[in-house]
Design a protein around this ligand. Structure first.
Ligand code: HEC
Length: 145
């Protein structure tokens, strides 16, 4: 029992050390935004999470055309919030790539067999993965303050 307890302590210590190391060497590029712009930006980001979820729910229940329409409306088209002009060019590039991926996915939903056969499922999942790759890529590269 005693040995087990020490083992657990060691694991906790390692975990804590790792967390501190990550926090102090954050490799992401920091973008400083005016507080109200940052607030709007993060709020907008949270809608991306909800939209992605809704798109997945629709695909899962076989409502492909609706999934595509939602992806296009919520993720492929800029929402005109005026955030882009506060962002560095590299960020904007990744933003465009994200919008394009969502638009490509919408095109896939409009052209695959409905109900989907095996090839259609593969194309749909690949299209979704192309979107989430953009989320993950940008999150790995940037942070805002
Ligand atoms: C072009 C860059 C970019 C893309 C693409 C992108 N994000 Fe973000 N997102 C960010 C940045 C930058 C932050 C702030 C991270 C930080 O400061 O730690 C963020 C934050 C978030 C947050 C946290 C919001 C909060 O209130 O703190 C969520 C949720 C989120 N993104 C979801 C998504 C999802 C889902 C996608 C894809 C469907 C996505 N994002 C695509 C750049 C991006």
């Amino acid at each position: 029992m005693r040995v087990l307890g020490l083992g657990r302590l060691a694991v906790l210590t390692i975990a804590a050390t790792a967390t501190v190391a990550v926090a102090s060497e954050d490799p992401r590029i920091r973008i400083d935004l005016p507080p109200d712009v940052r607030e709007t930006f993060l709020e907008h980001m949270r809608t991306h999470m909800t939209s992605l979820d809704e798109v997945l729910q629709l695909v899962g229940s076989g409502r492909l055309r609706e999934a595509g329409a939602l992806a296009r409306k919520e993720m492929a088209i800029g929402q005109g919030l005026g955030i882009g002009r506060h962002m560095p060019p590299e960020f904007r590039e990744m933003g465009f790539a994200f919008h394009r991926a969502a638009d490509d996915f919408a095109k896939v939903t409009a052209t695959v067999a409905d109900p989907p056969d095996a090839a259609a499922w593969k194309a749909l999942v690949a299209g979704l993965a192309a979107i989430t790759t953009q989320c993950a890529g940008c999150h790995g590269a940037f942070r805002v303050r």
